[in-house]
Unconditional design. Structure first.
Length: 739
């Protein structure tokens, strides 16, 4: 580059910097300006030898990101400084520690969060992408500003992707539509969401995108005239009522036109609400609501509204914080037009999302929707049981879900995703309430736990201290919060029963002169045709493996051993050595897997703690003996973990899930007072039995009943039948052969 060009470029950089300060949404103090200047100087120096693919100086990118952060998202000086330096640590020798010394801890934390996100590998594989997304969200570190700056970075990258190779454009655009646009939507950044979606479409479906753009251009003149005609009528009426307002015409985004065309299978011309009018009015907080409805009244005096398409997000704001009144009216030429009514405050929140909330927040103690959302997000992230792809799908469902508004018995309003059930509502109030839910009443009427809620419903939760979630509950809920909590409880219950079963099995085998170790566990798993040790211990815990069966195993084991010795004596020296005593073990027995990828590696079980399948364990990479597996409560565990943390491998036994079976019982007896009560009590007191349905009738002193129960195996069912037979007055209990 020539000197003149460099001079010209430096002037342009200086100009961009001035523009950045000018457009800042928040008022900047002198200290703020100094902080931003210092960050700007550091970034200019750090990136001085770098150029983007387009050939321009790299520094234009961080300045552009900082401008989006300052004006479109509306963040303050700390975030603007972090945005200016978001690539510094990754691209130069400057460290996060250096930034903390030169600036402050907060700026350094934001830059560190942004560096972590950019270091996440960009694989094409969807499950990797989902895992990366989870990691990215974990960098929130109690500070959502990391994600907000990342969104600004992604937006500028999308705006300047022209000079990249096509395969990269498609990859980045797909990732944007998959992850970043939903995030912008959830954070209330509608402007940024719209731009990300439109640009995403531009690179993933260029032909469709260009076709819609050219059609919008063709009809622009006519659309502008149409909006102008409606605006004139409304302006005259609003002026007469002395409302202080502005009217904006707003075309629908290209992406939403495309989505509508695809969803309704219609052409561009058949998409009827391709534009909307927005009336933004000035108001003090006290009159905001009153004025919105006054404007509604003025609009509907002139144009007939569609009652089914009135959206009142002023009385019940969306959980993103969005407030507005949306009216769809019949305009001239028989065309529907959407008119959005919102105050300047509502307009700012709609454009800038949560950042604008802080400006209008009444006192620091009030918990904003953002805080609630972040807490839910952390809860979902910390539940590492979930597969990453499921997690992202759940997360996106909850991001994009249309909302319903329901009431607690005291009249408090709660928002839930559309499709949420009465059990979801219980978990949304508090997970402890969810776990103890026995039943639910909606609008005073008892309903099933999987009853789908509608806006305006009032829900009352009936709880019981003895209630416990069952596997069926997972089918009764739709929100990820409820699903995660139920999964965790079920896993804990199964583990508890398995732990008790393991102790019981150790004692029972001791009587049979057998020590429980890895090979015995594998032999038992094979003997009972199970899949894993958890299955084995669990079945012993619930009593479905009986003493006689263990004796049969012991007898078979000693016979195998005797045969082995007989063969050893009989065989000729030329016979090849064979492990005759070794039972054939199927491929389903427990295996140890290592690391987050669950790799199957060679290992040895350490002799200091003798772990057996089902124990909580970790792998330790030794110098000469490969991987050695220790129990987590091994006497040597603490010293190994603290001194050689880098050699510890995450390790677990692969387990299979438990199955449940349905059984129908016919019961007859003498119809006596309290018999029904006694019967249900006996069934409920049987551990690991759930009643699915019960129908009882009495006639002329004879009692008939049919009960459907869910059990884990036949032994439990036999015990249940025995206990029912013991009830005074019961004549007969038979199992019906229909499942």
């Amino acid at each position: 580059m020539t000197e003149i060009d460099i001079e010209k470029e430096n002037k342009a950089i200086a100009q961009e910097y001035k523009e950045l300060l000018r457009i800042s949404y928040q008022t900047l103090s002198e200290a703020d300006k100094k902080l931003i200047r210092k960050a700007f100087d550091l970034a200019v120096d750090a990136h001085k030898d770098q150029r983007r693919k387009s050939g321009e100086a790299y520094i234009f990118h961080p300045i552009a990101v900082a401008k989006i952060v300052a004006s479109e998202i509306g963040l303050g000086a700390t975030s603007i400084a972090a945005a200016l330096m978001h690539d510094v640590v990754e691209d130069t020798d400057i460290t996060v520690e250096d930034i903390e010394k030169m600036f402050n801890k907060k700026v350094a934390q934001l830059v560190e969060g942004l560096t972590k996100i950019s270091q996440v590998k960009k694989d094409l594989n969807v499950s990797m992408q989902a895992e990366n997304f989870r990691k990215m969200l974990l960098t929130l570190n109690d500070d959502v500003r990391v994600i907000l700056i990342k969104l600004a970075d992604r937006l500028h990258n999308m705006q300047t992707m022209g000079s990249m190779p096509e395969y990269k454009q498609v990859k980045i655009a797909s990732e944007t539509l998959y992850i970043y646009a939903p995030l912008a939507h959830r954070l209330g950044l509608y402007n940024i969401k719209t731009q990300l979606e439109d640009l995403g479409l531009k690179y993933t479906e260029p032909a469709i995108y260009n076709d819609i753009v050219s059609k919008i251009k063709e009809t622009k003149e006519e659309q502008d005239q149409y909006i102008e005609d409606i605006s004139q009528v409304l302006k005259k009426a609003l002026d007469e009522e002395s409302v202080d307002y502005i009217i904006k015409g707003r075309p629908k985004s290209i992406y939403s036109i495309r989505r509508k065309m695809a969803a309704q299978n219609v052409s561009f011309d058949e998409v009827y609400d391709k534009f909307a009018l927005r009336i933004v009015y000035k108001s003090n907080p006290h009159d905001e609501k009153f004025l919105a409805w006054k404007i509604y009244s003025i609009v509907t005096d002139h144009y007939r509204p569609s009652p089914s398409r009135l959206r009142d997000w002023i009385s019940s704001p969306k959980s993103t914080g969005y407030e507005a009144l949306h009216i769809t009216v019949m305009g001239p030429k028989g065309r529907w037009v959407e008119i959005q009514v919102r105050s300047e405050r509502m307009d700012e929140i709609a454009e800038k999302g949560y950042a604008a909330h802080y400006k209008y927040k009444q006192g620091a103690t009030e918990e904003s929707g953002l805080d609630i959302w972040l807490n839910l997000l952390k809860e979902a992230l910390e539940n590492s049981e979930t597969n990453a792809v499921d997690f992202v799908e759940d997360f996106k469902m909850n991001l994009y879900a249309k909302e319903i508004f329901v009431f607690t018995p005291k009249g408090e309003i709660k928002s839930l995703p559309k499709g949420a059930t009465s059990l979801d509502f219980a978990f949304s109030i508090h997970s402890e309430l969810g776990i103890k839910t026995l039943g639910t009443r909606v609008n005073g009427k008892l309903v099933q736990l999987n009853h789908e809620l509608k806006s305006g419903d009032q829900i009352e939760i009936i709880t019981s201290q003895n209630q416990k979630p069952t596997a069926h509950w997972l089918d009764y809920v739709t929100t990820s919060r409820a699903k995660n909590k139920i999964r965790n409880i079920l896993n804990d219950n199964n583990k508890k029963i398995a732990e008790e079963g393991k102790e019981l099995l150790t004692r029972k085998l001791k009587h049979l002169k057998i020590t429980l170790n890895e090979s015995v566990v594998n032999e038992l798993v094979n003997f009972f045709k199970l899949k894993t040790s958890l299955d084995l211990f669990y079945r012993v815990g619930i009593g479905s493996i009986e003493n006689q069966q263990l004796k049969d195993y012991a007898a078979q084991k000693s016979n195998t051993l005797m045969n082995f010795f007989k063969n050893k004596i009989k065989r000729s020296p030329s016979t090849a050595d064979k492990d005759i005593h070794k039972p054939v073990i199927n491929n389903n027995y427990d295996m140890l897997v290592f690391g987050s990828e669950q790799d199957k590696l060679d290992y040895k079980l350490s002799t200091c703690c003798n772990p057996i399948p089902g124990d909580d364990v970790f792998g330790f990479v030794t110098i000469n003996e490969g991987i050695k597996v220790h129990k987590k409560d091994c006497p040597n565990a603490i010293s190994l973990q603290s001194n050689y943390a880098y050699r510890i491998l995450q390790t677990k036994w692969i387990d299979s899930s438990q199955q449940e079976f349905r059984a129908v019982l016919d019961i007859t007896g003498m119809d006596s007072l309290g018999l029904t009560n006694e019967l249900t009590k006996v069934i409920s007191n049987n551990m690991h039995v759930n009643i699915q349905s019960i129908s009882l009738s009495g006639q002329a002193g004879i009692f008939n009943g049919q009960v459907t129960v869910i059990v884990q195996n036949n032994t439990i069912l036999k015990k249940l039948i025995e206990n029912i037979r013991k009830i005074d007055g019961i004549e007969k209990v038979t199992r019906v052969n229909k499942n």
